[in-house]
Write a protein that binds this ligand. Structure first.
Ligand SMILES: C[S@@+](CC[C@H](N)C(=O)[O-])C[C@H]1O[C@@H](n2cnc3c(N)ncnc32)[C@H](O)[C@@H]1O
Length: 303
């Protein structure tokens, strides 16, 4: 990926312990509306969502600090049980955040069996076992970090593991005013810039590379054609980067850019189209008064 005309790094490299902490700091920024908006939607709609889904099992993909799931679990435990144990499984690539969130959820929800799967939601969905009365939640608009072909594969994999009684609750950031979108990814405090540069630190640690993160500037812009925010790192000077683990010497000219993330923005129609391609349908659409963000409740379409 680094040898492409526009070199790329997959966004999974943001998330070592420092990256996960930086993401948490981003969620508290004034300009970063998605987290508080999604929390607001959950506060208003968790009871209706859980009543609609009627799960025995809840799974969160890319669970991070596991804050939002608490609103669903609160609503879940307020509803009459369906019988049998209630379980909640958190799946994330970051072990520290996974262990911490599993521990604190298990302590605060003793009547729910909580466990964690250290894994990748693009390759490890089968590790979650067969479906049936399962509510899978994927918050934060993280689905938007998948490129369209990866997103299609993700929806297919989700659909494959889904029974008629299963639901997917998908958080999506909505297309909106460009200035507002771009401001959310380019805060004056520079937290998103640090998060972006952290991908280079992770590549250095994992692959023995010698990127100098401070020699890269943070770039964030909305690409209207693709309806996505793109994050890049721009080399402030010419440099050669050694990546011994893949035997690569990467020559970057001053101004050369590396794409580190896309964050696709959706409309109800584009979510419906993506779901439909995989044989899924949007059954419920929960949004905020400004239509900044939405939670789509998705099921298998009747054959
Ligand atoms: C944008 S954060 C969202 C965290 C949390 N769900 C929330 O709503 O605040 C994305 C989370 O997904 C995890 N993640 C990113 N790529 C992943 C992948 N391919 N497989 C599993 N987890 C991943 C990160 O470690 C991080 O915790």
């Amino acid at each position: 990926m680094l040898t492409r005309p526009l070199p790329e790094l997959p966004p999974i490299y943001f998330y070592d312990d420092r990256g996960s902490e930086l993401f948490e700091a981003i969620t508290r920024l004034e300009a970063y509306y998605p987290t508080r908006t999604e929390l607001g939607i959950l506060e208003r709609s968790a009871a209706a969502l859980v009543a609609e889904a009627r799960p025995r099992r809840v799974v969160e993909l890319g669970s991070g600090a596991g804050r939002k799931i608490r609103l669903l679990l609160d609503a879940w435990r307020a509803q009459p049980p369906l019988g049998g144990p209630r379980t909640c499984t958190m799946l994330d690539v970051n072990d520290l955040f996974l262990q911490q969130s599993v521990r604190s959820l298990a302590a605060d929800y003793p009547e729910i069996e909580v466990d964690g799967v250290l894994g990748d939601f693009t390759t490890d969905l089968a590790r979650l076992g067969p479906g049936g009365d399962r509510l899978t939640v994927f918050f934060a608009g993280t689905v938007g970090n998948l490129y369209p072909d990866e997103r299609r594969a993700f929806f297919r994999a989700i659909a494959q593991g889904m029974e008629a009684s299963d639901t997917l609750l998908l958080g999506v950031d909505l297309v909106k005013d460009v200035a507002r979108l771009e401001a959310a990814y380019d805060d004056p405090e520079g937290v998103t810039a640090e998060f972006n540069r952290n991908a280079l630190r992770v590549v250095n640690a994992r692959f023995g590379a010698d990127f100098a993160p401070d020699a890269f500037d943070h770039v964030a812009f909305f690409d209207r054609d693709h309806a996505w925010i793109e994050l890049r790192l721009r080399a402030s000077r010419a440099m050669r980067v050694r990546i011994p683990a893949i035997e690569l010497d990467l020559d970057l000219a001053a101004g050369a850019e590396i794409r580190t993330e896309v964050s696709c923005k959706f409309t109800r129609a584009s979510v419906e189209a993506a779901a439909l391609e995989a044989g899924l349908g949007v059954d419920g659409w929960f949004t905020d008064p400004e239509q900044l963000f939405a939670l789509a409740l998705i099921r298998r379409r009747a054959a």
